[in-house]
Design a protein around this ligand. Structure first.
Ligand code: C5P
Length: 409
């Protein structure tokens, strides 16, 4: 299927490959898509507004705040108009501005004000691309959820060889095709996801409880990544300091039993990601009044096991989600222990996270994970932001759903 009837806003940056943007515009227009263009000041050194206007049949928005252009269509409505924003070429300098959140001209302002996905198509000299500063910016932008295609390896305009060549208009077009196809399938299928996150608390008396170090960050980021893909997402969360995006239906609970009851109420779903660090045990008795210090030989310290929510979901014959994902926080034999947990709990994927290191895992913004599926295939993700890891997990989930359900293609 070829994309059509989409509204694409193209921002043309200042690099020699800017001329290729004209081919992309032609391809998009030939397939009955609408295209509007913002030509940056440096982009204008490489292509002219006249050639763009001729191809798009639309005014070329130039990278200056001129009163006429702002009155006609401002930076907010330009971004609201688009189904997707594509920046090509995304130069090293432009990506630096984006990673700093600058809004110094029309292009950067539109992007900062955008509520749409943004696809960056980098092109630059190989040394500029592999420079630590650029790589750091790319990492930041991926973490913000920007999409990337390329750069490719090849001979560059400057005569050097390496990674930095812009993806071809055909490659970009097929990326867009794939992107909109996926969105379309998600919309048609009305996919629903449930994510558990955070710790649970098990009260001994009205003010004391058993809990754990979980911050909830990884689960919140996964809910956010799934929701960004257009999946209707419910987040069931224990007590955390986090705030979720308003598109995510968020249910706050305290205890494991409440989490379990809320999970049941929100079935059926297509996808379940159990990222919560559910407290394994709860006191058999909860004292109604605060226990006295001298009364510490407590019968309330007799514990019983909480129900295993992920296991309940993946062994549930009536409402088994198509994909059930569990987590395994481990300090040693990461993959081996996680794989046996996957089997024991009948999950489709288990995400093993290494909680032995102080700079990642519990309560950190970073994580190191192995994503293991039920065929034993392992994808190792080195230390990275939890938001970055969440995007990878969301993509894997989606690919798995689409592969399992070819009939929909
Ligand atoms: O067995 P363990 O607690 O290590 O398993 C961790 C995985 O199981 C996580 O995905 C966690 O959310 C889930 N779990 C659960 N309900 C429990 C305990 C763990 O869903 N009561």
């Amino acid at each position: 299927m070829k994309i059509k009837n989409k509204k694409i806003l193209i921002i043309i940056g200042g690099g020699i490959s800017a001329y290729k943007s004209l081919d992309l515009i032609r391809l998009l227009k030939k397939n009955k898509n609408e295209v509007k263009v913002i030509l940056t000041k440096s982009g204008k050194e490489f292509v002219t507004p006249l050639s763009i206007t001729t191809l798009t049949n639309s005014k070329t928005f130039e990278d200056v705040f001129d009163k006429n252009s702002e009155a006609e269509i401002d930076h907010i409505s330009l971004s609201r108009w688009a189904d997707l924003i594509v920046v090509l070429p995304a130069t090293a300098n432009f990506m630096t501005k984006l990673s700093l959140g600058k809004a110094e001209d029309l292009a950067t302002t539109v992007i900062l004000a955008s509520n749409k996905d943004i696809l960056l198509v980098p092109a630059m000299n190989v040394r500029m691309w592999i420079h630590k500063a650029t790589q750091r910016n790319v990492k930041t932008l991926k973490d913000y959820g920007y999409l990337f295609i390329g750069p490719e390896k090849g001979e560059m305009a400057c005569g050097e060889y390496g990674e930095g060549k812009m993806s071809s208009p055909r490659q970009i077009f097929s990326f867009l095709d794939n992107y909109f196809n996926k969105k379309n399938i998600i919309k048609k299928r009305k996919l629903r996801a449930l994510v558990t996150a955070g710790p649970t608390r098990e009260y001994i008396d009205p003010v004391r409880y058993i809990s754990n170090e979980s911050s909830g960050k990884q689960g919140y980021e996964i809910a956010e990544a799934l929701s960004r893909l257009g999946i209707e997402t419910t987040l069931i969360t224990g007590p955390t300091n986090l705030v979720s995006n308003k598109d995510i239906k968020t249910k706050k609970i305290i205890t494991a039993s409440e989490m379990f009851e809320t999970v049941k109420k929100n079935l059926p779903v297509d996808i379940a990601v159990c990222a919560a660090a559910v407290t394994d045990f709860k006191p058999i008795y909860k004292s109604k009044s605060k226990l006295k210090k001298d009364n510490l030989r407590l019968k309330s310290f007799e514990l019983q096991k909480n129900i295993d929510i992920v296991e309940f979901l993946s062994k549930n014959n009536k409402h088994r989600p198509k994909i059930v994902i569990g987590f395994a926080a481990e300090t040693e034999n990461l993959d081996k222990n996680a794989l046996s947990k996957l089997k024991q709990k009948n999950c489709d994927i288990i995400i093993a996270n290494d909680v032995s290191k102080k700079d990642s895992g519990f309560n950190s913004d970073y994580n190191r994970v192995s994503i293991i599926d039920n065929s034993g295939k392992i994808k190792v993700v080195k230390k990275n932001k939890k938001s970055f890891i969440a995007n990878i997990i969301a993509d894997i989930i989606l690919d798995k759903i689409l592969i399992n359900d070819r009939s929909f293609n």
